[in-house]
Design a protein around this ligand. Structure first.
Ligand code: ZN
Ligand code: ZN
Length: 262
């Protein structure tokens, strides 16, 4: 079975994805996707994310504020620790830097990122990192704040092999999204071919970034199978091997997540 290591179940277009959340979860299981991590993007939605994880044993939650959310409202380390301590929360994030969508003086983003790393270190829960057009600052702050002591995942990885090796040096896994299935993503496909399987995760980032053959349509966790199939093809190995390894990696990294049936 596969795990979708990063999705936003609370933000899905349910009408376009089977009607209701039960249908989405059933479709995931039908496609061999047994578990999913529903990622928090702001404090207002966090209770919904948490409730999803409480209600559905196949769903886990994270706690955090996305780098592009509400520049004027900065969460304190204490608040982040409080929400991260809930038992169904297995990770801190998504956090990081996004210089693509936010412009101007982004010191507030870097400060927010540092606070999330502090909360992760304090609660012992790994980090989910979102980095866009900010690779050097992201790696620098991870290093400065000793994020390697807690580790985590570079979600929706879209950089080159050099950045991948630097992320692994800092104890961060590499998670591939539907981007790796896009024909133009040659640099990323190269990373997917070379990455040691022990460091690999897969995700959808649903409702965004649907993989080929659903590109341009609303995404859902079931489609992580297409991401995994594509990587299996790139490496000339079986889908089962990708599924086994990435699922093992997921539960090893997010120790708070308990698999259904285990
Ligand atoms: Zn993200
Ligand atoms: Zn996300």
């Amino acid at each position: 079975m596969l795990v979708d290591s990063h999705c936003h179940l609370d933000l899905l277009n349910l009408k376009a994805s089977g009607g209701d959340l039960a249908a989405v979860l059933e479709n995931a299981v039908t496609h061999g996707v047994g578990h999913m991590l529903c990622v928090s993007v702001n404090l207002k939605h966090f209770p919904r994310v948490r409730a999803l994880a409480e209600t559905h044993p196949r769903v886990f939650a994270s706690a955090g504020v996305h780098p592009n959310e509400q520049p004027q409202k900065q969460p304190s380390v204490q608040t982040l620790c409080e929400i991260a301590r809930h038992p169904e929360v297995v990770a801190v994030g998504e956090t990081g830097l996004d210089y693509y969508r936010s412009k101007g003086d982004l010191e507030w983003q870097r400060e927010r990122f540092r606070r999330h790393i502090a909360a992760a270190r304090e609660t012992g829960k790994p980090l989910i990192i979102h980095a866009r057009e900010a690779r050097e600052d992201t790696l620098r702050i991870l290093r400065e704040e000793k994020a390697d002591q807690i580790g985590g995942v570079m979600h929706c990885f879209s950089e080159d092999w050099e950045v991948a090796t630097r992320a692994m040096d800092l104890n961060f896994r590499i998670s591939f999204s539907g981007i790796v299935t896009f024909p133009s993503a040659e640099v990323l496909k190269d990373v997917a071919r070379r990455l040691p399987l022990e460091w690999m995760l897969v995700e959808t980032d649903a409702p965004w970034l649907a993989p080929v053959p659903h590109r341009g349509k609303p995404n859902q966790p079931a489609y992580v199978r297409h991401v995994a199939e594509h990587i299996a093809d790139l490496r000339d190995i079986s889908l089962e091997e990708i599924a086994d390894k990435t699922t093992t990696n997921f539960f090893r990294l997010f120790q708070g997540a308990k698999p259904v049936g285990a």
